[in-house]
Write a protein that binds this ligand. Structure first.
Ligand code: GLN
Length: 304
């Protein structure tokens, strides 16, 4: 008999049914449960949940699910059923070829940001020991990507949200090999993008990389169920989603060395507006970067 008091309410029967089942069959049942509440990628998620609980892929592991594993699996599945993000349940998520820790209060790294990070890495590689700024750093994934592939880079990561800063500091200490709390991969600073630049020396950086909040007011009203669990502060870019670009394009240009670069992510419908904002502020050689689905998702721009 399953210890019913430890099963999420209403799922005691489901749990009892799963105990002793091959993990793969458990995965299929969990997938059906998630599907019934419209979870996108329910099969992928169910497989990940079983893997999180058993430590093994359900296609590999043959031993039947134990009661303890089922209690954990059903608890996680119930959370995911409510559309709570899989990434928060996992507590970590891959970005490029490393993992960052994530949880409530910080934006989850997206695969769409990887091409943006790769462009930043390419720009950083062209300088011997580049000074890099990751503005609105969140989990730190962009800055960490640069540090990982350009170890000589000195990367400063600026974040406003106290909740996100907790994750940023953890990742600066632990996401890349060879770093620690005493010797973090990133120089983490608490700061608001709208004021952080004040009093900073001209030409402090070879490169600024940023994924600022860029959703429009209309988009904020129709967020996907999972995204509602993520911090609005990391998403809300003002009425037209362009509030941060207007400021960054203008106020951060002097901080970049002549010949240095700004690499920024944005929403795929915003490329023309962002390009115009950048050019108006004096940036040149504006190149549009595409995401994994081929949509315009970022820009690289040079300070002449
Ligand atoms: N890419 C995120 C989303 O689609 C938005 C990230 C951001 O605003 N910087 O939810």
């Amino acid at each position: 008999m399953v210890n019913e008091s430890r099963m999420p309410e209403g799922l005691e029967g489901f749990g009892e049914f799963l105990v002793g089942m091959p993990p793969r069959m458990g995965m299929e049942l969990v997938a059906g449960m998630l599907q019934s509440n419209g979870c996108p990628d329910a099969n992928f998620d169910a497989r990940e949940l079983v893997r999180m609980v058993t430590g093994e892929d359900p296609y590999v592991r043959q031993d039947p699910l134990t009661e303890e594993e089922v209690i954990q699996l059903v608890t996680l599945a119930a959370r995911r059923f409510e559309r709570y993000p899989l990434q928060y349940l996992a507590g970590k998520w891959p970005f490029l070829n490393f993992e960052v820790q994530v949880g409530e209060g910080v934006l989850i790294p997206r695969a769409d940001s990887e091409p943006v990070c790769l462009a930043a890495i390419e720009k950083a590689k062209a300088v011997e020991a580049p000074a890099v700024l990751d503005l609105c750093a969140g989990s730190g994934c962009l800055g960490l990507g640069v540090k990982k592939f350009v170890p000589a880079a000195a990367v400063t990561a600026v974040e406003k949200s106290p909740e996100a800063l907790v994750w940023l500091k953890k990742n600066a200490a632990g996401a890349l090999e060879g770093f620690s709390e005493e010797h973090p991969a990133l120089i983490v600073e608490e700061g608001d993008a709208f004021t952080w630049q004040e009093g900073k020396a001209e030409e402090s950086f070879d490169l600024i990389v940023t994924n600022p909040p860029y959703l429009t007011a209309d988009e904020m009203l129709v967020l996907q169920a999972e995204v509602r669990f993520e911090p609005a502060m990391a998403l809300d870019g003002g009425v037209d989603g362009l509030r941060f670009y207007r400021h960054i394009a203008e106020a951060y240009l002097p901080l970049v060395k002549h010949g240095g670069w700004l690499v920024a992510e944005f929403g795929w419908l915003q490329w023309e507006a962002v390009k115009a904002i950048l050019e108006q502020a004096g940036w040149t050689e504006v190149t549009i970067l595409k995401d994994l689905e081929g949509r315009p998702r970022g820009a690289a721009a040079k300070r002449p």
